[in-house]
Design a protein around this ligand. Structure first.
Ligand code: ZN
Length: 237
């Protein structure tokens, strides 16, 4: 099946099966063996999960999570955040205690007890690397079949900023489109902006969240991968 998108310049034709949908923050599960790392009570942890989960992303994007073109993280971002760089040296949010493995909550309080290097490795081996292998495989499949891939990173975000977020502007758009200079073609961005605005939605690019995720092996080296990040405001959250 193909989608024809009117960008106002020339139609952009996308085969649906060349799209890979990435859902990094939809899950709320915390495996029993990881629970003891968190220093919060059950009720505090439940509240933090509510605050930090990208609620209803599969439904917002109309996705069947069983479809192999949909790559979703099976555990909460509080376990590992698959959207972060694996090495804290590369990850700007690590400075806020929220690198790939969070040490602090969304309001800067202790979330986890200190963990050993071995425990960190185990978390990455169990939850980070398998997820990224699935993402790499889905992108490989799309490129193998179609010669290209459009990767859409699917998020939803609170209607008011949480304390940890770098962008504290209280006025937020309904839709945030994240872009990457290398991987987001201008005609794709133009078409997406036009389509959302036609629905009467307020939309901003790279605000309150910037960037678009691409598998590390292809990041800024494979122009066959186009990418955008799309976030929807969680009204009334
Ligand atoms: Zn998210």
């Amino acid at each position: 099946m193909t989608l024809k998108i009117d960008s106002g310049v020339e139609p952009v034709v996308v085969d649906r099966s060349s799209i890979v949908w990435h859902l990094p923050h939809d899950a709320m599960d915390i495996p029993a063996e990881v629970r003891e790392q968190f220093v919060l009570s059950d009720s505090e942890l439940a509240k933090e999960l509510l605050r930090m989960t990208d609620h209803a992303t599969a439904r917002l994007f109309g996705l069947d999570v069983q479809n192999p073109t949909v790559v979703w993280a099976p555990v909460s971002r509080l376990v590992v955040d698959v959207e972060r760089f694996p090495d804290d040296v590369d990850e700007p949010m690590a400075g806020r205690g929220m690198g790939v493995i969070y040490q602090l909550t969304s309001n800067g309080r202790p979330l986890r007890r200190p963990i050993s290097a071995q425990e960190r490795q185990t978390l990455l081996n169990d939850w980070y690397w398998p997820h990224h292998r699935r993402l790499e495989a889905a992108v490989d499949r799309a490129i193998g079949r179609h010669g290209r891939c459009l990767l859409i990173d699917c998020h939803s975000f609170p209607s008011r900023p949480l304390p940890y977020e770098p962008d504290q502007n209280p006025v937020r758009p309904e839709i945030c489109l994240g872009t990457d200079d290398y991987h987001t073609p201008a005609d794709l961005l133009h078409a997406a902006l036009k389509a959302f605005r036609a629905e009467g939605l307020q939309i901003a690019t790279d605000r309150p969240f910037a960037g678009a995720l691409v598998p590390l092996s292809r990041y800024r080296r494979d122009p066959r991968v186009s990418a955008t990040s799309s976030g929807w405001s969680q009204f009334g959250a």
